[in-house]
Design a binder for this molecule. Sequence first.
Ligand SMILES: CC(C)(COP(=O)(O)OP(=O)(O)OC[C@H]1O[C@@H](n2cnc3c(N)ncnc32)[C@H](O)[C@@H]1OP(=O)(O)O)[C@@H](O)C(=O)NCCC(=O)NCCS
Length: 149
Amino acid sequence: MIRKAKIKDIKQIQELINCFAKQDVMLPRSLNELYENIRDFWVVEANKKIVGCAALHISWDDLAELKSVAVNKRYHGKGVGIELVAACLEEAGLLGAKKVFVLTYKPKYFMKFGFKKIKHASLPHKIWAECINCCKFPNCQETALLKNL
Ligand SMILES: CC(C)(COP(=O)(O)OP(=O)(O)OC[C@H]1O[C@@H](n2cnc3c(N)ncnc32)[C@H](O)[C@@H]1OP(=O)(O)O)[C@@H](O)C(=O)NCCC(=O)NCCS
């Protein structure tokens, strides 16, 4: 079942994201960051456990960011990721965003949804201000992709 995240989900969301972050396939998220941005998150629940999450963050003007897309390994390949990304894209449209970007180590996965590669430098300065606080800065290997809605 897909639904918006609740405060009680935060610890499980962090476990899910940080498990992949330890494998260097996505960026870690602090509890503070998750509490402050919990309204951005969608989750998929199965057997009363959070098995997938994704976040849509409004960035600047008509631009939104898709973040923290993660699915528990046991649920891979069952369409959970597709459901989460679709919910975030639909929400972006409802909020009036015209473009959604993602910074990712898995560009091919997002190309399936119509995201196209762009230069990092074409993103607004605000994004760069956030990058400075990231533990990977300045050696980030993520690919930037953008989808026009
Ligand atoms: C990437 C991820 C979110 C995909 O979730 P998922 O629920 O397993 O994927 P879905 O079942 O919704 O999607 C399945 C489709 O995507 C494809 N796919 C899955 N991972 C892929 C990848 N890394 N690259 C390209 N295609 C991929 C599958 O082959 C399948 O395609 P098909 O429908 O044509 O057969 C999941 O593997 C994951 O959590 N990975 C670790 C965290 C991560 O890398 N997150 C993304 C970057 S922030």
